[in-house]
Design a protein around this ligand. Structure first.
Ligand code: GLO
Ligand code: MG
Length: 344
């Protein structure tokens, strides 16, 4: 049985600023975060390109690789791996209208430049996964972009990564909205379809985030299952989300324990992790947390995941099958809930 490996991004421990208020905690250095991640049992770090190489726009390609090489030494010294690199195509003024689908040619070229630099950084860090969270690839004003043209531009962007390095795989992380209003790649179904338009579908897959599925009004475990059936679930961002609101990135299981149970069940039952996939977390420190407890959400998410693994292992399949045979799904619902509540 696979022992799951966990990963987390440095942005998951942050200063607490939101759209309506400033930072409320001191900054923690990258190295201190890495040290703490190791202490709490994390196996790998998720990177944005500029988490690894800050101010990378001001550096040339050789300098970027050299900086990434230093980061590799640092994570090696703590016994941590790099899971993926994601070009941050939403913070820079060049990406205010999106990256690959921006209406400005110069800005589209910038997005490709960052994507290629992400590949360079990934190679230095010893990983072969590029994650594309297509943050601004959509519209605020719907008439501003044509969805057919935009889809072609996304394919061109992905193809340019595939061509730039034949060893890289691209993991698209779908999200239906925020920061844009309407996304061109909102769900795992769109990811699977997009993959088939690219020059090498075998190297394009998905990363499913719990909260993003909920924001799309979909069930995270089913989204995962569909990607697993296509052998294209190459990453997950476990967290939780209270219905269709702003993106919350709550601790795993904090809102919907039954949904969390079903996510763990589908991952465990269908060999997720057997090819080196990580249980990635994308959970954010609550704004109200004090600095000294700003990692609790990560520790709690891992603990809940492991507790739910036990619930999956002890879920009585014979009982389930008996209820299915009788088509008594009320009984199955009750059994599942009482199992989660620990009723014997
Ligand atoms: C935001 C996304 C974001 C990505 C990260 C990696 O909604 O979940 O956190 O996962 O930038 O690409
Ligand atoms: Mg995410």
């Amino acid at each position: 049985m696979t022992k799951f490996k966990f990963s987390v991004g440095p942005w998951n421990v942050h200063e607490g600023e939101d759209a309506f208020g400033p930072a409320v905690r001191e900054s923690i250095s990258f190295e201190d975060k890495v040290k703490k991640f190791k202490e709490i049992g994390i196996d790998a770090i998720q990177f944005h390109d500029d988490d690894a190489v800050p101010e990378m726009n001001d550096l040339n390609e050789a300098q970027i690789k050299a900086r990434a090489g230093e980061v590799k030494k640092l994570i090696d010294s703590y016994g941590l791996a790099a899971e993926f690199v994601a070009p941050r195509l939403w913070m820079d003024p060049h990406t205010s209208d999106g990256g690959f689908t921006s209406n400005s040619k110069e800005d589209r070229e910038f997005a490709i430049w960052r994507a290629h630099r992400s590949v360079d950084i990934a190679k230095e860090l010893g990983c072969n996964r590029i994650v594309l969270w297509l943050a601004r690839e959509g519209t605020l004003s719907q008439e501003s972009k044509d969805p057919v043209e935009a889809t072609k531009l996304l394919v061109d962007g992905i193809n340019s990564i595939l061509k730039y390095d034949p060893s890289m795989r691209v993991l698209i992380e779908p999200k239906p909205n925020e920061p844009i209003d309407r996304s061109f790649c909102p769900t795992i179904g769109h990811v699977l379809a997009l993959a088939h338009l690219t020059s090498d579908p075998s190297r394009v897959g998905g990363l499913l985030e719990t909260a993003h599925a909920v924001l799309a009004g979909l069930d995270p475990a089913i989204e995962m299952g569909v990607a697993l059936a296509h052998k294209k679930l190459w990453g997950v961002h476990l967290n939780d989300q209270n219905s269709i609101r702003y993106d919350q990135d709550k601790s795993f299981g904090a809102e919907n324990l039954r949904s969390a149970f079903n996510q763990v069940m589908v991952l465990k039952r269908h060999g997720y992790g057997n090819n080196g996939e990580y249980i990635g977390l994308d959970v954010k420190t609550m704004r109200t947390q004090k600095l000294e407890v700003s990692y609790a959400h990560i520790e709690n998410s891992m603990a809940i995941f492991k507790l739910l693994e036990k619930k999956v292992d002890t879920f009585d399949l014979a009982k389930r099958d008996e209820f299915i045979a009788k088509r008594d799904y009320e009984a199955l619902d009750y059994y599942t809930l009482s199992h989660l509540l620990g009723v014997k």
